[in-house]
Write a new protein. Structure first.
Length: 164
């Protein structure tokens, strides 16, 4: 479901930037394709996925976006597609965590302000890399509030598929 959420946000960002929604959505959907294979050795995560996608003939730009989305490799994202996937990946986790603490456990009950408040709570969703989310301003030239709003609306639009 994380990949569906990432796909939805990537599609929304593609619309925002007037980019190819199908390509961007595919990058979001496939970005963790290797997770089940490498989950016991995350040092290979995203590198293995990019190789798998390349071998399957997937667009080189998508393969590179998948390769660089794992911040642990230290490969800086360069294109708008790469930068968007890089900052979107952790945002999905923050939004899901914020929804799950609501009585309804639904993203429909969230507003961007809720996510912004949770972003500032270090004890909340500790596994989410907040610094990467905040890089939306530098990498995408989007204010944090706007990025969160785009992401939240995208996830709300597929809440049924997400079970949230």
């Amino acid at each position: 479901k994380h990949c569906l959420a990432t796909e939805a946000i990537m599609r929304a960002l593609a619309r925002h930037f007037n980019e190819d929604e199908e390509r961007w959505g595919l990058a979001g959907l496939l970005h963790d394709i290797d997770y089940e294979i490498v989950k016991n050795d995350l040092s290979q995560h995203s590198l293995t996925g990019a190789k798998m996608l390349d071998a399957a003939g997937v667009d080189k730009d998508i393969c590179q976006a998948v390769r660089v989305h794992n911040e642990n490799h230290g490969i800086p994202p360069e294109t708008l597609l790469e930068k968007s996937l890089f900052v979107t990946d952790p945002l999905t986790g923050l939004i899901v965590a914020a929804a799950l603490v609501l009585p309804s456990k639904k993203v429909a009950g969230l507003a961007p302000e809720n996510i912004l408040n949770r972003l500032g709570e270090k004890a909340f969703a500790r596994g989410v890399n907040r610094e990467i989310i905040k890089k939306c301003e530098e990498l995408l030239n989007l204010k944090l509030e706007e990025f969160i709003e785009i992401g939240l609306k995208a996830m709300q639009s597929i809440s049924g598929e997400l079970g949230l």
